[in-house]
Design a protein around this ligand. Structure first.
Ligand code: G
Ligand code: G
Ligand code: MN
Ligand code: NA
Length: 253
């Protein structure tokens, strides 16, 4: 119960912080950052979302948190423009509730206007699972975002039970293959064959491909041969603070 109270006051006490994990091109340039929420708990230290996102939902704070991240992350993009304009782009995770609540479109519009950031610099990530449970309401919102010029990414792709259906039924610009495809590359050739088949399919459907969970050189070298647009994972960079992200942006110029 005290954890619950802590979470209720976390906004007011400014205990949330966004970490940023780069997404890299095959040429080792940063093409974008993914915003990842962390909670600096006064006693428990830095908490990752699996420790508190469920409770955030139960407390009815999910939309508030997503809006907070959207505002902060878009503000950060404006600052990054001065360091490395080319790489100053952001990918933001949002939950089902936020997609169902139609106001996300106006909320992002306002943030972009305030910071004078083109819509094209922003990607909204929804998990395949979220997409599945919100086909109708989700489709409308995503189409509106796309009309504005926002990119839509399907996160954790390949984990649902009818993944191929989303390629067809769901408006998206980017497919982020789930890290399970990458983690088993070493010992299961089947993942390589699946990637080799699905990546050209994504390109034929005009979608960019990102792989996540790249954890070692072996995986990165293998994946670089597969026409992948973006690479993400601990081998390339952990999620980092703004200060460290600034350094990476300078180095990546
Ligand atoms: O940062 P980490 O890899 O621990 O994230 C775990 C999960 O939490 C991921 O599935 C990610 O999509 C989700 N997540 C991270 N940051 C945010 C956020 O700002 N908003 C929402 N809704 N989910 C997030
Ligand atoms: O589901 P989503 O892609 O939004 O999840 C992002 C989460 O994945 C973050 O919490 C981040 O810490 C984690 N992550 C990022 N890169 C790697 C990686 O190479 N390996 C593993 N195991 N997790 C990663
Ligand atoms: Mn994500
Ligand atoms: Na993912």
């Amino acid at each position: 119960l005290s954890f619950e109270n802590d979470l209720r006051t976390a906004f007011k006490l400014q205990q949330f912080e966004i970490y940023y994990q780069p997404i890299w091109s095959a040429e080792n340039k940063i093409i974008c950052f993914e915003a990842l929420i962390r909670w600096k708990h006064p006693k428990r230290g830095l908490l990752t979302p699996d420790a508190f996102l469920n409770l955030i939902h139960d407390l009815g704070l999910a939309i508030e948190l997503d809006y907070w991240v959207i505002d902060r992350a878009i503000q950060q993009v404006r600052k990054w423009k001065f360091i490395n304009n080319e790489a100053a782009k952001i990918s933001i995770n949002v939950t089902a509730e936020t997609i169902q609540n139609g106001q996300i479109v106006d909320h992002i519009k306002a943030a972009l206007q305030r910071e004078q950031i083109p819509a094209n610099d922003v990607t909204i990530e929804i998990t395949e699972n979220t997409a599945m449970h919100n086909i109708e309401s989700g489709k409308n919102t995503l189409n509106e975002l796309k009309k504005m010029g926002i990119q839509v990414a399907i996160d954790d792709f390949g984990t649902g039970y009818s993944s191929l259906n989303y390629l067809r039924a769901f408006p998206s610009d980017v497919i982020k293959f789930d890290r399970s495809f990458v983690s088993d590359l070493n010992n299961q050739d089947i993942n390589e064959e699946i990637l080799k088949s699905l990546i050209p399919l994504c390109h034929r459907l005009n979608k960019k491909v990102v792989v996540e969970g790249v954890e070692n050189r072996y995986q990165f070298d293998l994946l670089k041969k597969l026409s992948i647009n973006g690479f993400q994972g601990f081998y390339l960079s952990y999620p980092v603070t703004v200060k460290e992200a600034n350094k990476l942006l300078l180095m990546s110029k």
